[in-house]
Design a protein around this ligand. Sequence first.
Ligand SMILES: Nc1ncnc2c1ncn2[C@@H]1O[C@H](COP(=O)(O)OP(=O)(O)OP(=O)(O)O)[C@@H](O)[C@H]1O
Ligand SMILES: [Mg+2]
Length: 230
Amino acid sequence: MRSETATTAIALDEVSVERGGRRILRDVSLSVEGGTTAVIGANGSGKSTFARLLNGLVQTSSGRVRVFGLDPAHDTRALRGRVGFVFTDPQAQILMPTPAEDLALSLRGRPRSEIGLRVAAILDAYGLTAQADTPAFELSGGQKQLLALAAVLATEPDLLVADEPTTLLDLRNARRIADVLLAQTVPRVIVTHDLELAARCDRAVLFDDGRVVAVDEPHAVVAAYRRMCA
Ligand SMILES: Nc1ncnc2c1ncn2[C@@H]1O[C@H](COP(=O)(O)OP(=O)(O)OP(=O)(O)O)[C@@H](O)[C@H]1O
Ligand SMILES: [Mg+2]
């Protein structure tokens, strides 16, 4: 078995996931130390299943998953707060009625005097100051996605996993979210059909029918994906 340290962000060894008698992940082995990893591949190829293994939302049928040396399916409490997860549908993760309240929730536990200042600074950084007290359901799709990402990043996770964070967005907001994601320093895994975003990552992983079929610098992997779809 491969040696690894608790600092290895992600280590999968021969992971399979079966659902309803079907193997939806097949012998996936992958290790991520840092930087930005794009995960690409066709609909139904297993990308979201892979992402959900990392926060314990999906359990393995065989093989081993480690995130910072811990098992996400069992060490849920120890990993809580260390893995930030951004979903495609931002509405699903906006928990409070307004952006200001939602960000304050992410910052809970900090000194009260600090929270107000930080909320204001984050709203400003994400261009959401005018929407601070707007009902969250009235925000545009792009504003919701920015808020969802800002709220996750405000918790200062050690690993960021985003499942199609730009899918609902126009070009400007897709680039804006990409800029925010790529500016982070913690290891990031970005599941995406946005090949422009994938190309800007440090490496890419290609899934096909539940298997990892390529791990390389993104241009090579995107080219392999294009050939596969040709
Ligand atoms: N709980 C489940 N039970 C049965 N099958 C499932 C379950 N979850 C996912 N699948 C199947 O596993 C396969 C992989 O799904 P997954 O959501 O990981 O794909 P994906 O690569 O994220 O696709 P997309 O690009 O469309 O989001 C699909 O065929 C899906 O129908
Ligand atoms: Mg998916």
